[in-house]
Write a protein that binds this ligand. Structure first.
Ligand code: FAD
Length: 486
């Protein structure tokens, strides 16, 4: 019989426990990918993620070919499609790595039940996280809601484990290939381009210059980061123009690299005598923020759409004004660092973490729109869209989440810009209209004299008069916060 490895968000061949387990059966292994967009429920894969997925699958197909593992690509419901494969071929077992989006957990449970009822082995494995969300709990047995104690317990619990190597697979005999070819003829297989993952309009054209989706790209990114940028991570990570962070987030989101591989590489650098600076600790701590997000998502599955803190259930969010919401989407609010962030997102599929916090503060506090409006836009436009991290990031920023920035802490995008982008390099990169504005005014061009604004071509633009009145909207938000229980 054959054994299937069902790929989902674990698009790598090294350190892939499900793949290794399928290979360990000693029987021939077939890889399956099923594009089941509707199964994501409220959070079906967004457009930027689909772009990434297309390229990541291209890379995975190449790696599987190198290992002599055939890949079948299908579209439709997970269980019906797996059943089609099993009807076409004798299959002993199906292996997959766990995922944690609430809607997908349900799908996976139904698949497991269905396969077991059919008499086919169904085995799930841990691959995406260092710790399963249920592996640790507070002293009284409840889930964590505060990061620091979670982090202490998690770091004390995680064991340093060597990542799994790429599996070694025997080449197939002609007989086996013939059986597979016969089965293929009966299956509704799709080519990658038939999955229609790429956007119809060429808005993602710039992405390829920046990103290299796939396992190889992920390893390259990590090696490069550990050999240079990590040296100044602690100081530099808050400065968007420095581009010092690892940018591993989309690779992690698609499982092209595992957190276990990252930890092992960090430790290898530590032990190699090259002496990684203590900054590496700060980087590792971020990986535990990711673990914390998954812990929260698993234990509070309502949080992708509902406040974690019910204190906000009666909060007076405002109905979005279509023009203002559009201006926020497109980076045309007149607030330089906000516009730079939103344009970075639109043109690259990514936004620096500090700027994510600022644009989220403007949306949920100055504009006082429900955080879901922001979370949904990010979901569609981020190449690293990840339900756990995005939910946690938005709820944290809005003050509705676990261990969150309190609602009354409202970032001022001007002073934040001046502090974290002091020369305006980040702003100028994404908002070229401001290229000639002197540093002193680049975060508040409206303070320039009218004659200067006219000379720089900014008169009559949102940079002469932003669409959002920062101080008035701040006072309104604080008022609404005070009245939240009324
Ligand atoms: P690095 O600084 O190099 O960190 C390494 C890894 O640690 C990241 O790749 C990520 O997996 C994890 N990490 C870092 N910061 C955080 C954090 N604050 N919370 C959880 N994990 C973290 N991250 C996503 O991966 N997907 C999202 O959809 C997402 N949405 C966000 C929305 C908002 C409003 C905010 C404020 C943050 C969001 N983040 C999200 C978290 C963070 O901004 C990104 O993980 C980070 O910017 C990715 O860049 P990097 O890989 O260079 O990070």
């Amino acid at each position: 019989p054959f054994n299937l490895i069902w790929f989902r968000r674990d698009l790598r061949v090294a350190d892939n426990p499900a793949l290794m387990a399928a290979v360990a059966t000693g029987q021939p292994v077939i890889a399956v990918f099923i594009h089941s967009r509707q199964e994501g429920g409220d959070f079906a894969l967004g457009a930027a993620s689909r772009w990434w997925l297309h390229h990541s699958l291209t890379a995975l197909a190449r790696d599987l070919e190198r290992l002599s593992i055939p890949l079948l690509t299908l579209r439709g419901g997970s269980l019906p499609m797996l059943r089609r494969v099993i009807a076409a071929l004798p299959v002993a077992s199906v292996h997959w790595n766990r995922r944690y989006d609430p809607a997908l957990i349900e799908v996976d449970m139904a698949v497991k039940d269905g396969l077991q009822a059919d008499g086919v082995g169904a085995h799930s494995h841990k691959a995406h996280l260092l710790l399963e969300p249920w592996e640790i709990a507070t002293g009284v047995g409840t889930p964590y809601r505060v990061f620091t104690p979670f982090w202490r317990k998690a770091t004390a619990t995680v064991r340093a484990e060597a990542p799994l190597p790429e599996p070694h697979v025997q080449a197939w005999s002609n007989d086996l290939n013939q059986v597979l070819d016969g089965a293929k003829a009966t299956l509704p297989l799709k080519t990658l381009s038939e999955l229609n993952l790429l956007p119809k309009l060429p808005w993602a054209d710039g992405f390829s210059a920046i990103w290299h989706p796939g396992e190889h790209g992920a390893q390259e990114r990590l090696t490069q980061f550990l050999s240079s940028d990590v040296q100044s991570y602690r100081q530099g990570r808050d400065y968007p123009a420095e581009r010092i962070t690892s940018r591993l987030s989309p690779h992690l989101a698609f499982g092209e690299i595992s957190p276990r591989q990252i930890l092992a590489m960090v430790h290898a650098h530590w032990n190699s005598g090259m002496g990684l600076p203590p900054d590496a600790d700060f980087f590792v701590r971020e990986l535990f923020w990711r673990e914390f997000s998954y812990h929260l998502l698993f234990h509070f599955p309502k949080t992708p759409t509902e406040n974690l803190s019910d204190e906000f259930d009666q909060f007076a969010w405002r109905e979005p004004d279509a023009t203002l919401l559009r201006a926020w989407h497109m980076g045309r609010t007149g607030l330089p660092i906000i516009d730079a962030g939103m344009r970075e997102l639109w043109t690259t599929g990514y936004m620096h973490n500090r700027v994510r916090m600022l644009v989220a503060s403007v949306l949920t506090k100055n504009l006082r729109y429900h955080w879901l409006h922001g979370a949904r836009w990010f979901w569609d436009t981020l190449v690293d869209a990840d339900l756990a991290n995005n939910t946690q990031g938005w709820q944290w920023s809005a003050g509705t989440g676990a261990d969150a920035a309190p609602y009354f802490r409202i970032f001022n995008p001007v002073t934040q810009g001046e502090r974290f982008d002091p020369e305006g390099r980040y702003v100028r990169q994404f908002v070229p209209e401001l290229a000639r504005v002197p540093n002193k005014f680049v975060h508040q061009p409206w303070s320039l004299p009218a004659t200067e604004l006219a000379r720089l071509g900014l008169a009559g633009t949102p940079y002469a008069r932003p669409l959002i009145d920062l101080s008035g909207s701040r006072a309104d938000a604080l008022d609404a916060y005070k009245q939240r229980h009324d």
